[in-house]
Design a binder for this molecule. Structure first.
Ligand code: ADP
Ligand code: RBF
Ligand code: MG
Length: 480
């Protein structure tokens, strides 16, 4: 195949794109081969199954049918894509892709260069006796292609790479890049593993991932926005998310205008362009458009000019899940606890002391909306006057219909055994966890809050963090 950038099939004369299959079935390369090809016959490329829509006058039934239709459509879409890809692979003798090696290297760099965890692994290895680190760096590749990307990621510092595709044959071919592919399905062995699955069905135990690369696969997802959202939920703070779509250099205007608007897709996600790296401290200050009262503010988490790399015949966007990081200056607040929406304890099991926002208005000026960690105390309460760990949400609660106006809610990681409305609460905010985001429901929000609490505990246990508190705020942190 000539090495020219083209919107080409991975191999052979077929032109088309790949995707989906909803079973999360992990298997080693050998099993992939044993399973053989798809039972589906060849279908016209690009054809989408159209199911008749059955309308119901009863709303509940309508909703249920719509949901079932979506599941069936997705399964059909995924099967179709799997069949297409199987067909591409089985039809080629020598499989190559345009700019294959260069593109793999560029994408691996986008995913890993200056990655905070990669640097931590290097430091850890330096300090260890045997020069190796016990830390892992997990990458998720959506779209197997020829396996070169998985290889490049491992070469550039990833310890585990999970490769997803819907086509058994495509996975099988990618696995040929590796000798002695691990048969682990739990993700605990290092190296490359291959999973025939939809990205939305990857179980959390396979992660958390430090890098996710959509390898020319986002546009052909049944629901690209949902695929991105689910992938981001599998990541760890500081993770990179790279979206790369192959593109012909001769792409005509029509083709360019139908290009995925990836920035728009990530607008509601806790991602920011790598150009606006929090390590540079930029994201801790609100951007201008975040200051007004405009209802839209989540998209300020995403820099419009995310990195677009047109080399290697691809358009590539690189984002970062904000790392856990400490504020340059601790933010101190002290305010009476006021009534909120009465939802925290009752519905969520996470009581949040709502601070009087008028009193903390000045401190809020420098803070973006999002989830923070720090220490809190009730200074006027003899029994609870010592500092304890806390998580703090500064935001508009977009998950709920009441999402108007910024509130400051503190969940203290301590059992007070009583309510303390009207009492003064002191809070020292030390670090940022993530931007606020809209969740699909209470359950998803609570699950994420639990993860936030875990991350906050870890960060606040960090000796350096505690020492810094003692120095800059001048109090001894309780060791409870
Ligand atoms: P509201 O919507 O009125 O804020 P919540 O359901 O969020 O109600 O409950 C918050 C109240 O619960 C706080 O104002 C405080 O009095 C009490 N509370 C008890 N334990 C805690 C805790 N660990 N963290 C925060 N608030 C707590
Ligand atoms: N609400 C949201 O709508 N999106 C969020 O991302 C979000 N994150 C939160 C994180 C933490 C640690 C806490 C304590 C609250 C968060 N909330 C979020 C606020 C939540 O919606 C609120 O506490 C309840 O609605 C009760 O007012
Ligand atoms: Mg509350």
């Amino acid at each position: 195949m000539p090495r020219t950038p083209a919107r080409a099939a991975p191999c052979g004369p077929n032109e088309g794109r790949l995707v989906a299959m909803s079973s999360a079935l992990a298997f080693p390369a050998t099993r992939a081969r044993a399973l053989g090809g798809s039972a589906l016959g060849a279908r016209p490329l690009g054809a989408r199954s159209k199911r008749p829509v059955i309308a119901s006058s009863r709303p509940a039934l309508r909703v249920a049918r719509a949901a079932t239709d979506a599941v069936v459509d997705k399964a059909a879409h995924n099967e179709e894509q799997a069949a297409l890809r199987d067909e591409m692979v089985s039809g080629c003798t020598e499989c190559t892709m345009p700019f294959e090696a260069e593109r793999a290297s560029a994408l691996a760099n986008a995913a890993l260069a200056d990655h905070s965890r990669a640097s931590a692994i290097a430091r850890d290895a330096d300090e260890s006796d045997d020069g190796t680190s016990k830390m892992s760096l997990r990458a998720l590749v959506v779209g197997a292609e020829t396996g070169k990307l998985a290889r490049a990621l491992l070469q550039k510092g990833a310890t585990h790479v999970l490769v997803l595709d819907h086509s058994r044959l495509m996975l099988d071919r990618a696995a040929e890049q590796f000798d002695g592919t691990s048969s682990s399905t739990t993700g605990n062995d290092s190296g490359a593993r291959f999973l025939r699955a939809d990205v939305c069905d990857v179980p959390a135990y396979q992660g958390p991932f430090d890098a996710v690369v959509f390898n020319d696969s986002l546009a052909t997802q049944a629901d690209p926005a949902e695929a991105l959202r689910r992938a981001v939920l599998l990541t760890r703070p500081g993770a990179r998310v790279v979206v790369s779509e192959r593109e012909s250099v001769e792409a005509d205007e029509a083709e360019s205008s139908t290009r995925l608007d990836v920035d728009a897709l990530v607008a509601d996600l806790p991602l920011q362009s790598t150009l606006d790296s929090p390590r540079l401290g930029k994201t801790m200050r609100r951007s201008d458009d975040d200051r007004g009262d405009s209802p839209r503010d989540e998209s300020s988490d995403v820099h419009e000019s995310s990195f677009v790399d047109l080399s290697c015949g691809s358009v590539t966007h690189t984002y970062e899940v904000p790392p856990l990081f400490k504020l340059r200056d601790a933010v101190a607040m002290s305010a009476p606890v006021v009534e909120g929406f009465g939802r925290g304890s009752r519905l969520m099991g996470v009581p949040t002391a709502n601070l009087d926002v008028d009193v903390v208005a000045e401190a809020l000026e420098g803070m973006r909306r999002g989830v923070y960690f720090g220490f809190a105390r009730l200074p006027d309460d003899f029994k609870h006057g010592r500092w304890c760990k806390c998580v703090v949400n500064v935001g508009a609660r977009p998950t709920f219909a009441d999402g108007e106006g910024v509130t400051v809610e503190v969940h203290a990681l301590r059992d007070f055994g009583r309510d303390f409305y009207g009492e003064r609460m002191d809070v020292v905010v030390l670090g940022f966890l993530r931007p606020e985001m809209r969740f699909d429901g209470l359950q998803a929000l609570v699950a994420r809050i639990m993860a936030d609490i875990g991350l906050a505990r870890g960060a606040l246990d960090d000796r350096a963090c505690r020492e810094r508190v003692d120095e800059s705020v001048g109090f001894q942190v309780s060791d409870e």
